[in-house]
Structures are given as C-alpha cells and as structure tokens.
Design a protein around this ligand. Structure first.
Ligand SMILES: Cc1cc2nc3c(=O)[nH]c(=O)nc-3n(C[C@H](O)[C@H](O)[C@H](O)COP(=O)(O)OP(=O)(O)OC[C@H]3O[C@@H](n4cnc5c(N)ncnc54)[C@H](O)[C@@H]3O)c2cc1C
Length: 359
C-alpha cells in the first residue's frame, strides 16, 4: 500500500538524499542538485579514484547501501561508529569525534601512502538515520589507528544532517561510509599551492595540512592558506587554528596563513592566530601572496590591460567554501558535472582551469 503521505515522505527523502555532494553554505535545492553533479567529473577528472568510482557506480548508496558490522570500512556500505564527544566549537559549529571499530579499518599501504584509500584529501558520508539522508564530511586528521575521526561540522538553520549531527551525544551510534576521495594530492607536482577557504571549507585543507604539509616541512612545494569567516568567533576553533598558526610561524617558507573576517563584531576568538584582516579575499590579497608588484598590477588594471603579470612557477589554487565565495574567487561551478570556466578574481588574473580546482 502506498498512501499519499508515504509517497510524499518517499519523495522528500529521495529529494533530500540527492545532494550527496558539497554544501558549505546555504542555498536552494537547485543549488544542491548542481552541487551533486559536480562530484562526477571530479571523479573522472582525477582518474576515477577507487572510492569515487564506487560512489559513481552506486549513486543510490544512501538508500541502498547495507550496514555491515563485520566488513572493513568501505564506500559501498555503511559501518557503525560511536560518538566519542561532540563539543561546541563556535556559534554554529561543533567538533564531533567518532570511532569506528579498529578491526574494521581497511589495511593501509605503508609502502606508498599516496596509493592508500586514506590518501588526502578524503571524506566520509555520514547517514542521518532519522530520514535516511547522507552528507559528506572531512575528517580533519584522517583516521588514526584506533579508528578515531574528528570533524568540524557546521549546522545551518534549516540544514538536515548538520542539525542532526549537532544533536548527537557521546555513546550514540552513527553510520558512515567511505573513504571517498575529494581531491587527490600529488607530491612534487606544484611549486606553490594556494588554498582559499571560507567557513567549514577549511576542513579539506586542514586534512592536507595534517597529512602532507606538516609532515614534510622541507619539501619544495610552498603552501598558503587564505581563510575567511564572517566574524572572529566563527574562525576555526583552537584545535585547528593553534596548530596552523604554530606551524606557519616555525616554517614560513613552507606554509603561510592569512585570515580574513567580514567584520570584527562579536567576541574575540580563543585561538592563537594572526590578527585577521577585515575584508574579503580579493585580488589584492592574492597578488600579495604571489609576491606580485601591486603598483604594476594596479596600473595595468587602470589602463584596461586585463592580464596580470604571471609568476614564473607552477601554481595551483584550491578553492573551497560557500558558493558565493567560490563564485567570486574562481567563478561558479559549471553544469553537467563540470568545474565550469575559471572566472572571478582568478579568471581576471589570467589563471586557467589547469591552475584552479574548486572542491
Ligand atoms: C567532500 C565534502 C566534504 C565536506 N566536509 C564538510 C565538513 O567537514 N564539515 C561541514 O560542516 N561540512 C562539510 N561539507 C558540507 C556537508 O556535506 C553538507 O553539505 C552540509 O553539512 C549541509 O548539509 P545539511 O544536511 O545540514 O544541510 P542541507 O539540508 O543540505 O541544507 C543546507 C542549507 O541549505 C538550506 N536549504 C535546505 N533546503 C532548502 C530549500 N528547500 N530551499 C532553500 N534553502 C534550503 C538550509 O537552510 C541550509 O542553510 C562537505 C561537503 C563535501 C562535498
């Protein structure tokens, strides 16, 4: 029997489970569908990484994937995990720590870390049991040998899974599946990587910091993180900021950190961090971090010469955050599973799709 009410509920769950892709900010359902589509080219574009191909070939996993407590953690089924703690970490954010039974962790390739299922950057889908909807979240420090994962999770006023996760307490169960590759890091490919994030969009970059940047302070690639939050209190919690700040101070040639806030309203943050700059991440901020001569680029713009001078090194920009921020920095995601052309600030500066990746 399929009562109208049941049908409606089914349609609702179906609709709400469609967006299994990114959402770092508020938006419409249309935007959610758009973001869903972005995941597929990402998988294809980066070489059909194992986790993502499972995701690709089992698009209905949130509803059809079984929950198995005897098989290793995998993208093709849900694994039960237990909440260790769930602590407030900002006005709308929590640090959620969960543990999966260590014997359910897939074996790691110790000889070639980049071949491991846990090679950065990866995420897991967490299922909201009440409405059978899943969303991806990024373990900040990957998974340790005990099976622990730590997430920084934002709740949106009408967001489903974020609110549900905020209500969880220590000892409660969660189901998750993964790892799913968000974007595969490749050692030695770039001279300079500039990560631009807004809000919880910092989570994939923090995982890259934890797994790659902080582990090889002498490697040749230089990283810069430009991060923005609306107010100082909304900047990432000390668990994230303290380590970034300390490492940047000790390894200025390897890693630079610049913070931005829309305004200084509200309480001061408790983390140790560089004083945030008030304003948006814009062309001036990016030119400055590239070491471009600001007077020359300003004159070029004044005289309508579009392309800024290009640094003579291999640069990659990674952009992750709310849609309006991604749009302003790098142009919107495209239709039909594409990254879309590079527009926004980076497009105006002449950077191309070989140099820009929107996560
Ligand atoms: C690879 C990846 C990793 C991620 N990692 C993290 C992470 O570590 N931490 C994190 O916090 N997030 C992360 N995200 C984002 C996360 O997956 C979710 O998208 C986010 O938590 C919102 O999901 P939700 O179910 O709470 O909200 P949703 O229900 O999807 O709603 C999100 C927003 O849309 C609005 N909305 C909902 N329905 C409508 C509607 N009908 N009309 C208009 N607006 C509507 C809501 O008010 C809310 O503001 C990641 C995303 C990706 C793709």
């Amino acid at each position: 029997m399929n009562l109208p009410g049941q049908r409606l509920l089914h349609q609702y769950v179906l609709r709400r489970s469609l967006p299994r892709c990114r959402r770092y900010s508020s938006g419409t359902q249309q935007a959610q569908k758009r973001t869903t589509s972005r995941f597929v080219p990402l998988a294809l574009g980066v070489g059909a990484v194992t986790g993502l191909s499972v995701y690709f070939f089992f698009p209905d996993a949130s509803r059809s994937a079984p929950t198995l407590s005897t098989s290793p953690l995998s993208p093709s089924h849900f694994t039960p995990s237990t909440v260790i703690s769930n602590e407030t970490a900002g006005p709308d954010t929590k640090l959620l720590e969960v543990v999966v039974p260590p014997h359910l962790l897939p074996p790691r390739d110790t000889a070639d870390a980049s071949a491991s299922a846990f090679a950065p950057i990866w995420s897991v889908f967490i299922k909201d049991d009440d409405i059978q909807v899943e969303r991806p979240y990024t373990p900040l420090e990957g998974v340790d040998e005990e099976g622990r994962m730590l997430f920084w999770i934002k709740k949106y006023p009408k967001g489903e899974v974020g609110r549900w996760l905020h209500s969880k307490h220590g000892g409660e169960k969660l189901e998750l599946r993964g790892p799913i590759t968000t974007w595969p890091w490749r050692d030695g490919e770039w001279d300079e990587v500039i990560m631009i994030s807004g809000g919880t969009g910092i989570t994939p970059f923090y995982q890259l910091f934890h797994s790659v940047i902080s582990r090889s302070p002498d490697a040749k690639t230089r990283f810069t993180l430009l991060h923005s939050s609306q107010t100082p209190a909304e900047l990432p919690p000390p668990r994230i900021m303290d380590r970034l700040t300390r490492f940047a101070a000790q390894n200025p040639e390897r890693f630079r950190l610049r913070l931005f806030v829309d305004s200084l309203d509200g309480p001061a943050p408790t983390s140790h961090m560089p004083a945030p700059h008030v304003g948006r991440i814009d062309n001036t901020a990016i030119e400055r971090c590239l070491g471009l001569d600001q007077r020359r680029t300003w004159l070029r713009r004044l005289f309508g010469m579009a392309e800024a001078p290009r640094p003579n090194r291999k640069i990659l920009f990674l952009v992750c955050g709310p849609d309006p921020m991604v749009n302003a920095i790098s142009g919107p995601f495209g239709r039909n599973f594409s990254q879309g052309p590079v527009r926004g600030v980076l497009g105006e500066m002449g950077f191309t799709s070989k140099e820009v990746w929107k996560l």
